[in-house]
Design a protein around this ligand. Sequence first.
Ligand code: AMP
Length: 477
Amino acid sequence: MEIERVKQNKVTSFADLGLSEDILKAIQDVGYTTPTPIQEQAIPYVLQMRDVLGCAQTGTGKTAGFVLPMLEILGSGRARARMPRSLILEPTRELAAQVAENFQIYGKYHKLSMALLIGGETMDEQIRNLDRGVDVLIATPGRMIDLYERGKVMLNDIKIFVIDEADRMLDMGFIPDVEKIAGLLPSMRQTLFFSATMPPEIRKLADRFLSNPKSVTVAPPSSTSENVKQIFVNLPQNNDWLKREALRTLLRREQVQNAFIFCNRKRDVATLQKSLSKHGFNAGPLHGDMTQSERTATLEKFKKNEISLLVCSDVAARGLDVEALSHVFNFDVPFHAEDYVHRIGRTGRAGRSGTAYTLVTPDDDKLVNAVEELIKKKIDRESIGDLPEPRPNVGHSHRRVSAHRGPRRDHHRQRNDRPSEKRNQGDAPSRDFKETQPAPATTRVAQPPTQRSNSTQDRFADDMPAFLRRPVTTGSR
Ligand code: AMP
């Protein structure tokens, strides 16, 4: 497969890319002046009806890279045809919802309609929408298949198929579903395949889905914006209570309008959010164990400034687009240096300035070095004076003993966009430690009734074989 890059600087405006007036007007309304590199490269190929293999991450503008030319192509056909003409698959509900939002913004001068088909929400509304006839489907794979199998949607007329975030689809075990869906589509179609990374298995997959594609690629962000002031806060010990105290001190000291606070583990998200709330901070949680409606409600509150601090995990927050964030706090140094770049890139957007604090303990040396190596910059360090003597880490033996890098591929993640599963997609796995006390109620996975009351079983539930988890029936039949 040939790698082809369109020479940059050759194209300078959206109009040069071959987009029509209606789209240019919508782009102008949203305030974009020049295409991003992925848009510059991908849009002309999509308009030529070529298959595209795009290597680009969230944050590079890739959504507009496929939505804009898709609008252009569909706009020249018949709007509100009986059957959808385009299908976009996303690994998570949030990403799907964001693409739908983009579709509405860029398509405001078009009469095209779309249906957002995601798990965790009632099917009725989605089915009603489908019944009215839509042009574009934006879906998570599980819900797409469910609706197809119920006979609620026809895929025989799909002309443009987008597989977005393919590496995350792979991580989350969605590839069989994606393959199944691809098998339901007409073979004469245009396929656009995007992935943040291109390991060999993704390439093989791309080879199966794409026909003579044009490859476009943009470098993953490995540098941080000059607009973000970065500070590493040295703590004398790796101690949860001390970290929370340090965070509170920073929150009180800084002019924080709104902030994302990142934890490496989802169970810590819930604990930290509760602790902050108890101390009078206006904080909400965002992690993979929350139901979709809880997540949506929390995000809405954050966007409306009803909540000013959002405690979140990387997966839950990935792809979320919140403008004008004043601060990012890393409660933990991320296991993966690239996540540091993503996290702090949430602030200092669109010419605004922002500040990113990272709590650093003596156990974090390797992770800190990895971050500084990646961004090729030494980050300023400071200490907080007058921190009280730390309390011991009661009940937690899950401190990192070494800078172990947690596995990125988590094939144990639940496949949660099935309607029957209320819980959302997983966060960073917590496999590098063992829980020695029951997790807080909001993060605890529901257990059968016979186990719920048994704290010892609860404690070891993670390691317990499935047959031991089944409820025990007593008495003869
Ligand atoms: P994405 O990678 O598609 O998630 O886009 C990341 C962010 O970039 C979103 O906030 C978009 O609104 C924004 N964006 C997309 N294209 C442009 C552009 N050409 N100029 C400025 N911002 C853009």
